[in-house]
Design a binder for this molecule. Structure first.
Ligand SMILES: CSC[C@H]1O[C@H](OP(=O)(O)O)[C@H](O)[C@@H]1O
Ligand code: ADE
Length: 305
């Protein structure tokens, strides 16, 4: 079956992180590789069918063979490509380091805040390079309603796996690709950081600009480098838990995806983000070029087409 022959909507987008390159527990329906004004996404997007018939759109953040480092992930193309397929909400997965003893390797976390430690080298706005200025609201960087919606369902899906779910946590996003020094790791703890990764930004910012509801399911792989008597984190340590974390993530998704789709379809969890850019775009001037408007219409047709 191809997507063209089915009338179903693809409202749910999934971004897989390190270790999560395919949703091989779902039935692939079609692969698409859209061109966007910001280039091609990290990987072709697989449209897959979950049990019960719900469609999801999946893309691998670092490419199917993990060839894209965190600083070079084409996040604008990824978010724009998902939006162009009709996706309304994005659940992104990420392998993260834990900055807290109680968040053990293997645990799942739904963070609600971000501290930005990227270095300004990643394009972080769809408006960059255009003559149009916008300031998206980002005080609550994740879609609160979506996060709340996920909480009970992810907790239930994790029952019997021995993995805990933590909520209300702050994630630090660093540039990488090297891991943090011990001093940095301790400093992030003193700032209130609970988790660390290299990927949630600018992804979350771009999702907000594109008016997509975005949540991160963080899966803990290591204790970073803050513990006095432990080895500092290595990639080898991260790899040890990646496979189990990915298998659990796939299982969790399979169990929650139909509910997610229905909630998106009914508008239940989209109300905060849909329309949110209306007051973020600076008032229009005659200077707006047709070319810029066309580019921005790709992600925000309501304002620019
Ligand atoms: C493989 S360790 C560092 C790498 O893992 C995380 O990737 P993702 O968020 O895509 O799962 C982290 O952000 C780093 O990019
Ligand atoms: N300790 C760590 N620091 C940054 N990104 C990570 N991803 C997984 N573990 C990490």
């Amino acid at each position: 079956m191809t997507l063209d022959s089915t009338p179903e909507k693809v409202l749910v987008g999934i971004i897989g992180g390190s270790g999560l390159y395919h949703l091989d527990n779902l039935v692939p329906v079609k692969e698409v590789n859209p061109d966007t004004p910001w280039g091609k996404p990290s990987s072709p997007i697989t449209i897959a069918k979950a049990p019960g018939g719900t469609l999801v759109a999946f893309l691998a953040r670092h490419g199917p063979g993990h060839g894209i480092p965190p600083s070079a992930v084409p996040s604008r193309a990824n978010i724009a490509a998902l939006k162009s397929l009709g996706v309304r909400l994005v659940v992104a997965f990420s392998a993260v380091g834990s900055l807290r003893e109680e968040i053990k390797p293997g645990d799942f976390v739904l963070p609600d805040q971000i501290i930005d430690r990227t270095k300004g080298i990643r394009p972080a706005s769809f408006f960059e390079g255009t003559s149009i200025v916008a300031h998206a609201q980002f005080g609550d960087p994740f879609a609160n309603k979506l996060v709340n919606f996920l909480e009970d369902r992810v907790r239930k899906a994790l029952e019997g796996t021995g993995k805990d779910l933590h909520t209300g946590k702050t994630i630090v996003c660093m540039e990488g690709p090297q891991f943090s020094t011990r001093a940095e790791s301790k400093m992030y703890r003193s700032w209130g950081g609970d988790l660390i990764n290299m990927s949630v930004l600018p992804e979350a910012k771009l999702a907000r600009e594109a008016e997509l509801s975005y949540a991160l399911i963080a899966t803990s792989t290591d204790y970073d480098s803050w513990r006095e008597n432990s080895e500092a984190v290595t990639a080898a340590e991260v790899f040890k838990t990646l496979k189990t974390n990915a298998d659990t993530s796939k299982r969790v998704l399979e169990l929650i995806v139909a509910d997610l789709h229905d909630a998106a379809d009914s508008g239940e969890i989209l109300s905060e983000e849909a329309g949110s850019m209306q007051y973020s775009i600076m008032p229009r001037s005659e200077k707006q070029s047709e070319e810029d408007r066309k580019k921005l219409a790709f992600v925000l047709p309501a304002y620019f087409s």
